[in-house]
Write a protein that binds this ligand. Structure first.
Ligand SMILES: Cc1cc2nc3c(=O)[nH]c(=O)nc-3n(C[C@H](O)[C@H](O)[C@H](O)COP(=O)(O)OP(=O)(O)OC[C@H]3O[C@@H](n4cnc5c(N)ncnc54)[C@H](O)[C@@H]3O)c2cc1C
Ligand SMILES: O=C(O)[C@@H]1CCCCN1
Length: 385
């Protein structure tokens, strides 16, 4: 079989691979974006209508990256003439003196993120139909909002193509031969490239096995639950209801987005799921999270029916410390890895794509990538080297 040559091949057309390809094409690199499924699809992590975007974080390095990410989202909106972001604010609720709540609060203060703190009276006045947990404080990150996820993914791919990039979907990568050039084999073709970027989401380790690397990634199935408003509009984006993040109660994090994509239904999910094989996602039928959510909603959201009206599925690919992997392969520097986005990577798509593009071109990355290095998993990466 004859091979085709590219400057760079990107494997995986989720949000991270699509933005990496977009930046490579902007740098005039002949770029191929490969996707195993026919696009669009709902089998990875980047599908669905909405995601939260926010500057509120517990670590400065995320808040810093979000400054540029907002600018790049806005640039894509202008380039394509579409709206991808709607500002709603995000309500952060947690025990006033809780360690995690204070980390968020201090990071926002240190970085001058515009916030509003709501005392109990203000909370009742501004956030109607929500019962605050006793002893919990509330801060609003006023920069936060909703990203229109499916539309954003499609837009990044369209602009990439407009810049001359090539997308081949329905083409699964089945082998990688490291080297210069690196050789990538799919079921139907062979490609050679100066560099390869692997952004395969939940399938990252399957692809990395061809390069003798294994990362400590756990794939979790998340039940994406929508809850019916007793009075339609009560918690809607039109009524300026914010996104929210609830931390530190009996439960792990619970988060929500205002009713928007399905009128009359609000999305509220649990930030933890059960382990799954990405190719057998729907065989994972654990619904323990839904019981937790129902209890929470009965207590805090009296205006919602505490039984989910719609349940969709999505997957997280989680690292032990919940920080991303943005690095070159330890043995093959022209193979770049973007993985382990741990359920919070969408909002970073444009800036992650920029950094992965820089690594693929052998340039100095725009950010200090030490929190994202493979080296931080010594026992796991050593064994495979
Ligand atoms: C329920 C849920 C809620 C979330 N909420 C938020 C949020 O509010 N805000 C936020 O910022 N983030 C959020 N996230 C996280 C965010 O969506 C993910 O971090 C992000 O989508 C990960 O993108 P990805 O490109 O790494 O992976 P994916 O989207 O999974 O893309 C990987 C792609 O690689 C392809 N692929 C794999 N193997 C091969 C192969 N062999 N050959 C060819 N192609 C291959 C796959 O088919 C897939 O399309 C949420 C995630 C979920 C599941
Ligand atoms: O990335 C986010 O903003 C959300 C927070 C809650 C869990 C899911 N991801």
């Amino acid at each position: 079989m004859e091979s085709e040559d590219f400057d760079c091949v990107v494997v995986g057309a989720g949000i991270q691979g699509s933005f990496t390809a977009y930046h490579l094409a902007k740098n005039n690199k002949r770029t191929l974006l490969l996707e195993q499924f026919v696009l669009p699809h709902s089998r990875g992590s980047s599908h669905g209508q909405t995601r939260i975007i926010r500057k509120a974080y517990d670590q400065d390095f995320y808040t810093h990256m979000m400054e540029e990410s907002y600018q790049l989202w806005s640039q894509l909106e202008k380039e394509a003439g579409v709206q991808l972001y709607r500002r709603t604010g995000m309500l952060l609720m947690g025990p006033e003196m809780g360690e995690e709540f204070l980390l968020y609060k201090n990071t926002m203060e240190r970085n001058g993120i515009p916030t509003v703190t709501l005392d109990p009276a203000e909370f009742s006045a501004h956030i109607p139909h929500v019962n605050r947990c006793p002893g919990h404080a509330a801060i609003v990150d006023t920069t936060a909002g909703v990203l229109y996820a499916d539309r954003a993914l499609r837009t990044a791919q369209e602009v990439f193509q407009r810049l001359g990039g090539v997308i081949r979907d329905g083409e699964k990568v089945i082998d990688i031969k490291p080297g210069t050039p690196v050789t990538v084999t799919t079921a139907s073709r062979i490609y050679r490239a100066k560099s390869l970027v692997i952004t395969a989401g939940p399938w990252a380790n399957i692809l990395l096995s061809h390069t003798n690397l294994h990362l400590p990634l756990q794939v979790l199935k998340i039940n994406v639950c929508y809850w019916r408003e007793r009075t339609p509009g009560m918690y809607s984006v039109g009524k300026r209801f914010p996104c929210f993040l609830q931390m530190g109660s009996e439960e792990h994090h619970i988060y929500g987005l205002p009713a928007n994509e399905y009128p009359g239904l609000m999305k509220i999910c649990y930030h933890v799921g059960s382990e799954t094989d990405p190719d057998e996602r729907d065989r994972q039928t654990d619904r323990g999270d839904i019981a937790i959510l129902s209890r929470y909603i009965s207590r805090q959201f009296p205006g919602l029916v505490p039984v989910p009206a719609v349940v969709e599925s999505c997957m997280y690919t989680v690292t032990p410390d919940h920080h991303f992997v943005l690095d070159c392969h330890p043995s093959h520097r022209n193979i770049v890895i973007g993985a382990g986005f741990s359920g919070h990577g969408f909002k970073f798509g444009p800036v992650v794509g920029k950094v992965l593009c820089e690594l693929a071109l052998g340039r100095m990355p725009s950010y200090d990538l030490s929190p994202f290095k493979i080296q931080r998993f010594p026992s796991h990466s050593k064994a495979a080297l």
